[in-house]
Structures are given as structure tokens and as C-alpha cells.
Design a protein around this ligand. Sequence first.
Ligand code: NFS
Ligand code: SF4
Length: 662
Amino acid sequence: MADKKNDRKKIDHNRSADVAALAVLEQNAGLDEGRVETAFDRYLKMQPQCNFGKTGVCCRICLQGPCRITRKADKGICGAHAYTIVARNLIRAITSGASSHGDHGRHIVYTALNMLEDKAGGYSIEDKDKLFRVAERLGLDTENKDERKVLEEVAGLALEDFIKASDDPCKWLESTVVEDRMEKFDQCGISPRGIHTTIAESMAQTHMGMDADPVNLIFQGLKMALCDYIGMHIATDLSDILFGTPEPVTTEANFGVMEPETVNIALHGHNPLLSEMIVRAAKDMKDEATEAGAAGIKCMGICCTGNEVLMRQGVPVLTNFLSQELPMMTGALDAMVVDVQCIMPGVKAVSECFRTRVVTTMSNSKIPGSYHVAFSEEEPLERAKEIIRLGIEAFKERKGQEVNIPQVKNKVTAGFSMEALEEILGAVNPEQPFKVITDAIDSAQLGGVVLFAGCNNLRVLQDHSHSEMIRELARNNILMVATGCAAGSAAKMGLMNDEAVELHAGEGLKSFIHALNEANRDKLNGNKLPLVFHMGSCVDNSRALDLATALARQWDVDMPKIPFAASAPEAMSEKAVAIGSWWVALGIPTHVGVVPEVTGSALVNGIALQIAEDVYGGYFIWEEDPAEAARKILDAVRERSWKLNLHRKLAEQYDTPVSAGY
Ligand code: NFS
Ligand code: SF4
């Protein structure tokens, strides 16, 4: 009991390992007057949180509810068991996540189509080579076709993957995963007909009085998760075509990127359609800013919009999810432009104390009382300028007043698309670039590959699990890639640059990265390779899957054999639940650092942790302690390397292929 009390006391406002965030929080806590409330305070007010919700056993699906499973009431009013309730809630979370990524992808497809009809001013085909590569991967005949025609066909196929009548496999799934996986999906009946179709199926299947069978429900959940993957792969491909495929780029991350004398504009959310235009407009509008007495206009990113413009334009990283309210509290942020997803409504109240213009831009994502400049595909640049003018106006009001920017920033080298990686590895082995990685793993120079993905979550210390785990895996020679707010975390914490390689990498990883630097001496746009490779926003988890697929193809095995793991140490959103689920269906061990809302059913929990492996080869690991989590991930990839090596030797000895199936 006493321990529990102490535990509760330990939860204080300073729930971050990021020194810049802590500086702002501490300064705020010291104020007698004018203290601002942030998520860090609201988390405390919310304690203790409800255990029924936490374990997934609360059902509000029909108006007889809420029904909560207790010792006294072991079924809902309709007779639904805990396993049904937990599974239904889980499937609905995956469906919401997949809908969000689908929305994002479809928006870009529509923009591409509008562009072809000259109804989307300012957009163009930025990367024609990528367009043709994607078209060929999809099996389109590109001969004698111009780029507009090819884009029309690619966008047409993308729309089909959203809603097609036939039950042919979705193109973006079939053309990007290894063949054995497609067979597995067919066998298990989880190859989706289309994103929108599956969303409708999932909502119907989880209606009151529908499916009560947890296994059946979970299979539907995995089908839904595959749609999440399809939606994000479409988003990545189309974004690269319209805005360019990322290449290595170096900039800085954390609050210190704000400058007192510039108009500081934060780009926050997910979709690059507007943020790309704001970055362009900011370049055009320097004179207006100078006239207002500013040294210029500085754009900087939060969350995944930040990742998009970092990867393609080298825009500095301001912060990641959890600390999104804090940059305003330095007094130096003039505008925060938001589009969709992961935007805390709380930003509005904070902005009121600091003159920051919070500008919403999308019709489906508004905050009462904030500025709204409706995004327009026809005149995106005009709207972008309108938004920047709001920032200039705010700058005029704060000019000459004291600001309090924590002087914390770290160098970050980002921009590692698959294409960029292929080129870097190709400098060592032009014929088979990915063999550079598989050889390094076969020879035990590298221990395996791990993806860091996902968010921040107040249930754990911000950025703490990310950085602890990255350092531990680096010491153990794990090659690491990252996306989303996990990448934001690595960037802010100084783990995404060449210095971090010298500080944290074990001998094998260090020599591997040094050799790549050496082979690419005159390339890399003058950059050196970082400890963790930034692959982009959360939708760019598609790039990480492409990497895993390339490795599986190189080894000529199915995904459950490759020494690759995914980790979301501070997962928060429903999108993260969807992403984790498709990694598991794709055969990859997936660590989640906050226990999701499934423990209320031993059956569903058991499926996630164990039974999934029997069917798909992938499985979940729940572990909140970062040291333990790193150990479990290392065990998982090491076991796979060891097995793979053994199978390879046997295959050589008996002159058979390394068995491809799981
Ligand atoms: Ni991914 Fe990126 Fe961040 Fe989490 Fe939100 S911004 S889409 S969901 S919080 S990583
Ligand atoms: Fe309760 Fe069943 Fe209705 Fe859920 S569906 S709220 S368990 S009666």
C-alpha cells in the first residue's frame, strides 16, 4: 500500500527526458501568476485512470451500456464475454487508425488527379523517375506514355485499392510484400478487398449482436491493419512523386531552432500538401518579414508534418508530440499551422497567453476559437501566404519583448528514403545493395535491424524509453531506422547524427557505418551517416517495410525469418495500434512500451503475445521498462539471426534453398 502511495507521488509534472521541454515546464511551474496548463498537468489531474478502460473491458457499443466486466458481472448485458469486448474495442481502434492513414493517402491521390485536370495550382510531378518506378512495380505498361498519363493510371489503381468491386488482391499490398506473405494472407482470409470496404466490414462486424468470436474478430483486425499499410504506402509513393523522394539532409532539432529575431512558424500535423507550400511561400515572403522588422521567416516542424518537410526540405525539427504546447510558452512562436491528426486541442488555450496564431486549415480538423484558413488545392500558395501573414502580424506584436528559448538543439541528418539507402549501400555493392546489410548480419558485424516508430505517451517519461533503448541497441550493434515521433525523439536527443555513432555504437555498427561513409565520401550531399536512420513520417513506415522486404528477398526467405524487429516505446495513437498490428501480420516481432488495452482478456492478450507467432510469425512484446525491452528485442533478433545462419548452412550443405515458408 505504502509503495503504491509513493508510486503515485513519483508522478510529477516533469514527465520528460528532453531538457528543453523540462526547462519550459520548470519555468512555468515556478510562476506564481500566469501559469499555463499543459498536457503534463492534465495527466496528473486525470489520475487515477479507470482500470476498466485501461484493460479494454468497458463496452459502450450499444445504448444499454456502458457494460464493464467485473468479478460480479463477468459478461455484458447482452452476454458478451470479456474476450468479445476486448477484441471489438481493439478492432475499432485499428479501424480508426487505418481510416486516418487512408484519409491521408486518398487526399493526396485526389490532389494528383485534380492536378491532372489543372485544378490544383502549384502542384507538379516532382519525381518522374519515382512515378515510373511505382507504375512498373504495379505492373503498368509505361511504354510510349507520358508522365501525366502514367500518373493518371497510378492514381486510378490507388483509388481501386480504396474501393474496388473485384476480390483481386490490392495492388499496393501484392506489389510490395514477399510472395509467401501474400499466400499467408490468402490462407488466413485476411487479404483485403479494399480500404474503404474493409472499414465498413469492420464497423459492421463489431456492431452490437454481431461477431462474438474473438479469433474471427482479430483476423478482421489484421485485415484492417493491412489496409492501414496499403493506405500509408499509397501516401508515401504519391508524396514522393509530387514533392520529391527524400535524400540525405542535415539540419537541427529541438527548441533552440527558434530565433528571437525571426518570424517563427511551426508546421504541425501530418499531410505534406499544405506544409510544402508554406515552406515555398516563406521563401517568397522574406521581404514582407523584413519590412515588419524581422530577420526572416523560419519554418520548423512538429510531429509528422515536421517529418515530411524535414525529409524533403531540411526544415528543422521543433519538437515531437507530447511537447507540442511548450514551444509557444517560450514567447517566441508566432504561428502554429496545423492540418490533421495528433493535434492537441489544448494548443488553443496555451496560444491565448502568448499571441501565437494557431491556424487550423482542414475542414475536418478545426479547434473552436482558433484561426481557420481553409486549405485550397486550387490556390495553395495563396493560402500559405495568408497564413504566414498571420505569423508576421504576431511577430509585430511581440517584437522587442523578451523571449525565453532554451538553448538546446542537436544536429540531425535525415532523408533516408529506400532510394537514398539503396544508393548509399550501392556504393559498396552496386549489384546487390541490400546484400551489404545481410552480409553484415551473416558475419555478425551487425546484430540485426530494428525500427523505432510511434509516439510519445504521458504514461511513460517523454523520450526516455526511446533514447535508452536506442543507446542500448547501438551498443549491441543493431542497425536502426526510425519514423514518426520516435524519429523526432532521436533527432531532439542528439541520437540522429554522426557524433552519436562515435559515442554510442558498438564496434560492429561503428565499422559498418564508417565503411559506408568511406564508400560515399563524395556523395551524401556532404553529410555523414547518423546512428539512427530517419525514414520519415508515420506513413513512411511503408519505407521501413520496404527495407524489411528487401532484406527478406536478399536472403530469399519469408519475413518471419529475418532478424528485424519493430518497436514503439511510447505508443499513443490508434494509428500506432494499426501499424503495430500489420507489423505482426507481416511476421515481425513488435515491441510496445505501454501496455495496450487488451489485458482484460487473457485470451486476446495471449493471441497478441503468443498465438500470433504460430500463425503469422510475428508477435507483440509489451514491456514498459526500456532496459528490459531492449533485452527482449535483442533476444528476438538474435534468435532469428542464429536460426537463419543455421538454415543457411544446412541449405548450402544439402544444396537446397533456404526454406522460404515459415
Ligand atoms: Ni504517428 Fe505522426 Fe507522432 Fe504518434 Fe502522432 S505524429 S502519425 S501517431 S504522435 S508518431
Ligand atoms: Fe453491453 Fe453488449 Fe451493449 Fe456492449 S453490446 S454495451 S456488452 S449490452
